[in-house]
Design a protein around this ligand. Structure first.
Ligand SMILES: [Zn+2]
Length: 465
């Protein structure tokens, strides 16, 4: 994610909704939240999703969405009841393994499902939910409008963090549960659909065209997207994988910067290791929203997007998308690195003297700049310091380790944790291993402390004042 300069910092603390439902059969009730202290109701306990098969029919004229989603999951315990996350929408039926199940709606986005029979521990089960309604966006104090949004063309798109998937399909809406994602979307003839992964041929019937997109690399729910518009598509390949970019009416001028995507991916691959996705591209909307987002394989770009933003969102394909968060308190694992990728790009391509830029930034920074934590910054504060202070912290870390070890650190991090999730603590362990000795005071000063690091940490190694 990359914010506009005008995004304002604020803080909200969601509250947990009491679970008042009762358990009718032996077995455990899966928790209503996956356990993220920042967003206690996000995600759910008791199972691990392996795949989403999302089918929607959407009419831009009425903004009505009809959904039929099947969630395949493995039970982590014997389950008499479990939750999915779904915001709004009228649910008409729920089936578990083909048998009708009881369901109820509680809290902001809980769909509480009671299957006819207890699901056995370790068993794979399929939950099919049919639903309909007008998907709603949410308003985030920092990011602005978030989630399912109506496009100025009359179409629609989804972009949102820390949660957005539950606006349009039932989901275990937390990045710690990655799963494959298949979307089948029917829209009136003349409209088209872009999403994550690889496309299958569309087909038309009775005035509706159905588009299919398949993301076979496991994806965190907030990195899924759908865009319904009068897209201009550009198709090519990158190292043998499909490269598909889509431009909304009015965003066609972005083709010039997106043409450099192969160069960007080559550059990032040299820095971080091989491109970790099996499709590539971008989604260029003609909307002045508060952020661009690293939706997997195909970031979604606001109209103010520049080449630097493409570098940032594509860097997330490594940092955030293939290595995903366990907890939102660790979002520096995504944003500090994607932001530092812009620095690496400027250094390599524009021959910017990064040390000079760093010294100027440190001199200019005031208490307000330093008094923000990069790790465990508190809910609502995730998307603030990780961009600017995050860049400085990683540049200092690079000098603390030296270029060779810093490069080893980044490539080892991705190679070790790709296609799964990791924590900030895991990262610090790897930093210390790579350094050859613990550099805990340095890490504390930069990442855990809400004040200006001492000079020894501000100017490590060859980085003189
Ligand atoms: Zn970002």
């Amino acid at each position: 994610m990359l914010l506009t300069a005008t995004a304002l910092a604020a803080c909200t603390t969601p509250t947990r909704q009491p679970d008042t439902s009762s358990s009718p059969t032996p077995g455990t009730r899966g928790a209503a939240g996956v356990g993220d202290p920042y967003y206690p109701d996000d995600g759910n306990g008791g199972y691990d999703v392996t795949g989403y098969d999302v089918a929607i029919k959407y009419d831009p004229a009425t903004q009505r969405l009809d959904g039929d989603t099947t969630v395949t999951a493995t039970a982590a315990e014997a389950l008499s009841q479990f939750n999915l996350d779904l915001t709004g929408m009228d649910v008409s039926s729920v089936e578990v393994d083909g048998t009708p199940a009881k369901f109820a709606r509680t809290g902001a986005h809980e769909l509480v499902i009671t299957p006819a029979a207890t699901i056995t521990h370790g068993g794979t089960f399929r939950t099919r939910v049919t639903y309909a309604g007008t998907p709603q966006s949410t308003k985030d104090p920092v990011l602005g409008v978030n989630g399912w949004q109506k496009a100025t063309s009359g179409g629609a798109y989804v972009a949102g963090e820390p949660h957005s998937a539950s606006d349009w399909f039932p989901v275990n809406d937390h990045p710690s549960d990655k799963a494959t994602f298949r979307l089948t979307a029917a829209v009136p003839d003349g409209w088209s659909v872009i999403s994550n992964g690889r496309e299958e041929p569309p087909h038309s019937e009775a005035g509706w065209t159905t588009f299919t997109w398949v993301e076979s690399t496991r994806i965190a729910p907030y990195l899924t997207t759908v865009g319904i518009d009068h897209w201009t598509f550009e198709r090519s390949t990158y190292n043998g994988i499909p490269l598909v970019s889509a431009y909304a009416p009015g965003a066609e001028d972005k083709k010039t910067i997106e043409a450099r995507l192969p160069e960007v991916l080559d550059f990032l691959s040299a820095e971080f290791g091989p491109y970790p996705q099996d499709a590539a591209g971008g989604i260029f909307i003609n909307e002045d929203i508060g952020f661009s987002l690293e939706t997997q394989t195909r970031p979604i770009y606001a109209k103010w997007t520049t080449l630097d933003v493409i570098v940032h969102e594509q860097a997330h394909q490594w940092f955030g998308d293939t290595v995903s968060l366990n907890r939102w308190s660790d979002v520096c694992l995504n944003e500090c690195f994607a932001s530092y990728a812009e620095v690496l790009w400027a250094e390599a391509k524009n021959h910017t003297n990064i040390d000079d830029v760093y010294r100027k930034a440190v001199t200019k920074a005031d208490d307000k700049f330093w008094n923000r934590k990069l790790v465990d910054m508190g809910p609502g504060n995730e998307f603030t310091a990780v961009y600017d202070k995050g860049q400085l912290a990683l540049h200092a870390l690079r000098h603390e380790l030296g270029d060779d070890k810093f490069h080893t650190l980044l490539t080892t991090w991705i190679a070790t944790h790709h296609d799964t999730t990791a924590t900030w603590s895991d990262f610090e362990t790897l930093v210390n291993t790579t350094a050859g000795h613990p550099i805990t005071p340095f890490l504390n000063a930069w990442f855990h402390q809400a004040s200006k690091p001492a000079d020894q940490f501000l100017y490590p190694g060859t980085l003189h004042k």
